[in-house]
Design a protein around this ligand. Structure first.
Ligand code: MG
Length: 249
């Protein structure tokens, strides 16, 4: 069952999302060559605490970090640690906030220093594919209208869409129904209703879509070692159209 949110719930989810957007903006500003992924993680924890919220990923199914920080060929679930960010890296930061039991989830991929044009395009296409997917989050559309729009756009630009990881419903839990693939035929799945809240999160690769999991049991990397980019917003389906909750006010 997909839980529908009340107006009151949406107010809280918007507050949660606004905190996340502010934290993410500060993390972006801190990103530079020479810092480690752990530095970013510690800062994210400090910033979330300052907002009197909780880090939603920390300890989730045993995840050790506050943020998932995935560099270059890492797709998602990078564990923060001693890896040093270098000039020319692309860095995905995926972060969740729990504000009084209301969850929000957001990811961005950022270029650090001088990044080559192909990978800059990868980032731009990933970002645009999220915008395109969000536009389909309309009352009366079907769930996979989102999926199909993302895949068509991304593949039309010459990149591939990760299959093993998908978006999800979100609200009173970090992961709720439904699963939201970033690929597939349109017109399938549940019809979208006002009050659904969806974490839409395309992950796209420069090479093939296949991935493998590292020995740490968490980090997903591209099977062919090509670069990967990831963007995510928490989005409410409403009668006046999709509303992005993880946005700066
Ligand atoms: Mg997510």
């Amino acid at each position: 069952m997909i839980p529908l949110k009340s107006q009151k719930d949406l107010v809280m989810l918007k507050r949660s999302g606004a905190i996340l957007a502010v934290v993410m903006q500060k993390l972006q500003a801190s990103l530079r060559p020479g810092i480690t992924t752990l530095d970013i993680d510690l800062l994210s924890e400090e910033l979330i605490r300052k907002e009197h919220a909780l880090a939603a990923f920390k300890g989730y199914k045993g995840f050790p970090g506050t943020a998932c920080i995935s560099v270059n060929e890492e797709i998602v679930h990078g564990i923060p640690g001693s890896r040093v960010i270098l000039d020319g890296d692309i860095v995905s930061i995926d972060l969740g906030v729990n504000l009084e039991g209301f969850f929000s989830d957001m990811a961005v991929t950022l270029a650090v220093g001088k990044v080559d044009e192909t990978r800059l395009k990868l980032i731009a296409v990933a970002k645009q594919s999220l915008d395109i997917g969000i536009k389909q989050a309309q009352v009366g559309n079907y769930l996979t209208d989102i999926s199909h729009s993302i895949q068509s756009f991304v593949e039309g630009e010459g990149f591939s869409v990760v299959r093993q990881f998908v978006g999800h419903g979100i609200g009173r839990a970090l992961h709720e129904e439904p699963e939201i693939p970033n690929f597939g035929r349109p017109g399938l799945g549940p019809c979208l209703k006002s009050g659904m809240v969806l974490a839409i999160e395309p992950m796209i690769n420069l090479g093939g879509w296949e991935c493998k999991i590292m020995e740490n049991g968490w980090t997903a990397v591209t099977a062919d070692g090509s670069a990967s980019a990831h963007f995510e917003h928490t989005v409410a389906v409403t009668d006046i159209g999709p509303v992005i909750l993880t946005k700066l006010n």
